[in-house]
Design a protein around this ligand. Structure first.
Ligand SMILES: Nc1nc2c(ncn2[C@@H]2O[C@H](COP(=O)(O)OP(=O)(O)OP(=O)(O)O)[C@@H](O)[C@H]2O)c(=O)[nH]1
Ligand SMILES: [K+]
Ligand SMILES: [Mg+2]
Length: 345
């Protein structure tokens, strides 16, 4: 049974969705980001309220100097820096501070959020001396433009059809939805012919709207970084540091900076693959950088665009090899710090 508050929530979610969203198929909306082209192996965006220390942090971890000052909105545009780590080059974007209402266009909010939407990892920089609500406020601003932090897309299958009406199926009895609700939502979004399979019994109306609006949703990892821990008590610091997806630092005292960088590396899940020529020692001086769960095929693409065409087999040393070395094909999934030798036809 779906209770009355769920019904009200459903109505509200639909109304809010319609107010904030472009219709499905309309342009991406929300305003353009800053004009900084992507470079390097991944992009990290620094997002936070004014004067939490975003620019101070950028200046610490990259060679770029972004202006630092005690007043709000010192940074007025996106300032890119390059973080070198584990042989990878990671672009870090220092962004202007955002304020409540940013998602509705206050300040440079829209531009900042659009820039964040293009990143592989959001570092939410928070001031440890400020109220705990700051985090939820910022999350709300990002949510409102379709960014979903540290979440997977809902486990709901939706396929538009040319004809045949709506076919709605639940894999197991849903806790927060019923057929009528989904029917109403689909009608609101003018999706009159489609097939729906809800695989997650805990799915909510918001989840369902996320699936309909999937072109406007972005699932991004987020690390909560509390700065200025030089100015809080040890007890409080201990509490903060235990929160999930959270790291603490003091740019002023140069404390915890390297931990933040290491956590970023873990969250980005990039892998370093070393190559080896036949009869020679592996080349550990330069790593190929690939995404997590990449295969030998992606490794080949990193070496040269046409290498796969002449690929015969590869020899792999390291964590992904069942025995060392293991002879593998293009579909073999590599692990961080594997050594790979590619043999061409
Ligand atoms: N106590 C303390 N102050 C810090 C720390 N890190 C930065 N600050 C100070 O905080 C103020 C703001 O720093 P910025 O780096 O300009 O902050 P921002 O987030 O880039 O600010 P906007 O660009 O205005 O949004 C400066 O006065 C810094 O010196 C820290 O770890 N501890
Ligand atoms: K500032
Ligand atoms: Mg700044």
């Amino acid at each position: 049974m779906v209770n009355i508050t769920e019904k009200i929530k459903e109505k509200l979610a639909r109304l809010r969705a319609q107010l904030l969203e472009p219709a499905p198929g309309a342009g991406s909306g929300g305003g353009a980001g800053f004009d900084v082209s992507k470079s390097g192996d991944a992009r990290i965006a620094l997002v936070g309220f004014p004067s939490v220390g975003k620019s101070t942090f950028l200046s610490k971890i990259t060679k770029t100097k972004s202006e630092v000052a005690a007043y709000s909105f010192t940074t007025l545009t996106a300032i890119p820096g390059v973080l070198e780590y584990g042989g990878a080059e990671i672009q870090v974007l220092d962004l202007p501070g955002i304020i409540e209402g940013a998602s509705e266009g206050k300040g440079r909010g829209r531009q900042v959020i659009s820039a964040a939407k293009t990143s592989d990892l959001i570092l939410m920089i928070l001031d440890a001396t400020k109220k705990a609500e700051q985090r939820a406020l910022l999350e709300g601003e990002l949510e409102a433009v379709g960014i979903r932090l540290n979440r997977e897309p809902p486990n709901i299958y939706l396929k538009p059809k040319k004809a045949g009406g709506m076919k709605i199926t639940f894999q197991s009895p849903p806790k927060n939805l019923d057929e009528k609700m989904l029917y109403n939502i689909l009608r609101d979004y003018k999706m009159l012919n489609c097939e729906v399979l809800v695989r997650d019994e805990n799915a909510t109306v918001d989840d369902f709207i996320d699936v309909i609006m999937k072109d406007h949703r972005k699932y991004i990892k987020c690390l909560y970084v509390y700065n200025k821990i030089d100015s809080v008590s040890l007890d409080f610091l201990d509490k903060l540091a235990r929160e999930p997806h959270t790291v603490v630092m003091s740019c002023e005292l140069d404390l915890g900076i390297q931990d933040v960088v290491e956590r970023c590396w873990q969250e980005l899940q990039l892998m370093r693959i070393y190559t080896k020529r036949k009869g020679e020692e592996p080349d550990f001086s330069e790593a190929l950088i690939v995404r997590n769960k990449s295969s030998i095929e992606e490794v080949c693409d990193q070496v040269h665009r046409t290498l796969k065409e002449t690929f015969k087999y590869a020899m792999v040393w390291g964590a992904s090899a069942r025995h060392v070395p293991q002879r593998v094909g293009l579909s073999h999934i590599v692990a961080d710090e594997d050594v790979v030798s590619i043999v061409a036809k």
